[in-house]
Ligand binder design. Structure first.
Ligand code: NAD
Length: 331
C-alpha cells in the first residue's frame, strides 16, 4: 500500500505531528489564514484525508477535487456546519469532529461574556482608558444583577448543560429550550425548567445560545424572537453567528428592544469593521475564541489528528458525525 497523503488546512505545531508524519505524506498549509478556495481545491487533489477547520468550506467541489481516494474529513471543531455532511455520507466518507474536550472551556467563555455584558466590564475599561473616571458615582455604569436572575439556555446539550452548571453557583433560575431533551435527568438534578420557546424568550434575563447551526437553526433568533425578549435582556451567542439574524439584532440593540448582546460568533466572520453592530455601545464582540485555551486547543488538535489517521487507515473514527457510513458497510 502506498503512503497515504493528507492535507492539513492550517498550521499545527510540529510537536503534534510526529505520528502523522511517520505514517503519511503531509501537506501542511503553513499560514494562520485559511487557504484561499482555489488553493484548497488544488492542494486536496488526490489526498486520502483532509484535516479542516471551521473556516474551510468542504463541499462536493472539494470532495470532487480530492477524488475517489478521499477516505476521511476530520474537522478540528465540534461544530461541522462548514462541511456538507450529507454529501460526504453519500460518498461513504466519514466526517470527524472534536466533541467533549471543549465543553467546559466554551461554557467558561459563555459565562465570561454573560458576566462582562451584565456588569459592563469592557465599557468600564474603555471609560477608564478614555480618562472619564473622575469619581465614584452612584449611578455610573450600572449593570444588571446576575445572582437570582433567570438564565435561558437554548440547546441543552453538552455546552448548554455546562453553562447551567456554572449558573447554579450564581443561584440563577435556569430555563431551557431543547425539543430533544425534554426529560433530561441533569435538568431535574439542578431544577432547570424545560419550557417552550415563547416562555424562554419572554422570561429570560440572560439568553445563551448553544444549538448547532443547520437549516432549522439559521437565523433562529430574528426580529420576532427579539421582540419577545425583555428590554433589559442580554443575549449571549457562543454557538454560531448564523443562529442570529445580525440585522435584526442591530435594530433591536439600537432601539432598546433588548439590552445587550455578547457575541463570540458573528455572521459573517470576521465581522467587517464598518458593520453597524460595531457602532453600538451595548454590544461586546470576541473573535470566535470560546474554545481558545492552551489545554483545550491541544486536545482538539490531538483528536482531529487521531480521526485523520484512523480514517486514512480505514479504521473507525473515535468521533464521527455520520456513523451511517459504517452501517452501510455492514449491510
Ligand atoms: P451538542 O450536540 O451536545 O448540543 C446541541 C444541543 O442543541 C442538543 O441538545 C440538541 O438537541 C439541541 N438542539 C438542536 N436543534 C435545536 C433547536 N432547533 N432548538 C433547540 N435545541 C436544539 O453540542 P455542543 O457540544 O453543546 O455544541 C453546541 C454548538 O456550539 C456546536 O454545534 C458549535 O457550533 C458551537 N460551539 C462553538 C464554539 C465556539 O468556539 N464559539 C465552541 C464549541 C462549540
Amino acid at each position: 500500500m502506498s503512503t497515504p497523503r493528507v492535507f492539513i488546512a492550517r498550521f499545527i505545531p510540529e510537536e503534534y505531528l510526529a505520528l502523522v508524519r511517520s505514517t503519511c505524506q503531509v501537506d501542511l498549509w503553513p499560514d494562520d489564514l485559511p487557504p484561499p478556495r482555489d488553493v484548497l481545491l488544488e492542494r486536496v487533489k488526490g489526498v486520502d484525508g483532509i484535516l479542516s477547520l471551521l473556516t474551510d468550506k468542504i463541499d462536493s467541489a472539494v470532495m470532487d477535487a480530492a477524488g475517489s481516494g478521499l477516505k476521511v474529513i476530520s474537522n478540528c471543531a465540534v461544530g461541522f456546519d462548514n462541511i456538507d455532511v450529507s454529501e460526504a455520507t453519500r460518498r461513504g466518507i466519514p466526517v470527524g469532529n472534536t466533541p467533549g474536550v471543549l465543553t467546559d472551556t466554551t461554557a467558561d467563555f459563555a459565562f465570561a461574556l454573560l458576566m462582562a455584558a451584565a456588569r459592563r466590564v469592557v465599557e468600564g475599561h474603555n471609560y477608564v482608558q478614555a480618562g472619564r473616571w473622575k469619581t465614584w458615582g452612584l449611578t455610573q455604569l450600572l449593570g444588571q444583577d446576575i445572582s437570582g436572575a433567570a438564565l435561558g439556555i437554548i440547546g441543552f446539550g453538552r455546552i448548554g448543560k455546562a453553562v447551567a452548571k456554572r449558573a447554579m453557583g450564581f443561584d440563577m433560575r435556569i430555563l431551557y429550550y431543547d425539543p430533544m431533551c425534554e426529560d433530561d435527568p441533569y435538568a431535574a438534578q439542578i431544577s432547570a425548567r424545560c419550557v417552550d420557546l415563547d416562555t424562554i424568550l419572554t422570561q429570560s434575563d440572560y439568553l445563551s445560545l448553544h444549538v448547532p447551526l443547520y437549516k432549522d437553526t439559521y437565523h433562529f433568533i430574528g426580529e420576532a424572537e427579539l421582540a419577545k425578549m425583555k428590554p433589559t435582556a442580554v443575549l449571549v451567542n457562543t454557538a454560531r453567528g448564523g443562529v442570529v439574524d445580525p440585522d435584526a439584532l442591530y435594530r433591536a440593540l439600537r432601539d432598546g428592544v433588548i439590552g445587550y448582546a455578547a457575541l463570540d460568533v458573528t455572521e459573517p466572520e470576521p465581522i467587517p469593521l464598518d458593520h453597524p453592530l460595531l457602532s453600538l455601545e451595548n454590544v461586546l464582540i470576541a473573535p470566535h475564541i470560546a474554545s481558545a485555551s492552551v489545554q483545550t486547543r491541544g486536545k482538539m488538535i490531538e483528536i482531529a489528528l487521531a480521526n485523520l489517521l484512523a480514517g486514512v487507515r480505514g479504521e473507525q473514527l473515535r468521533h464521527c458525525v455520520n456513523p451511517q457510513v459504517y452501517m452501510t458497510d455492514l449491510e
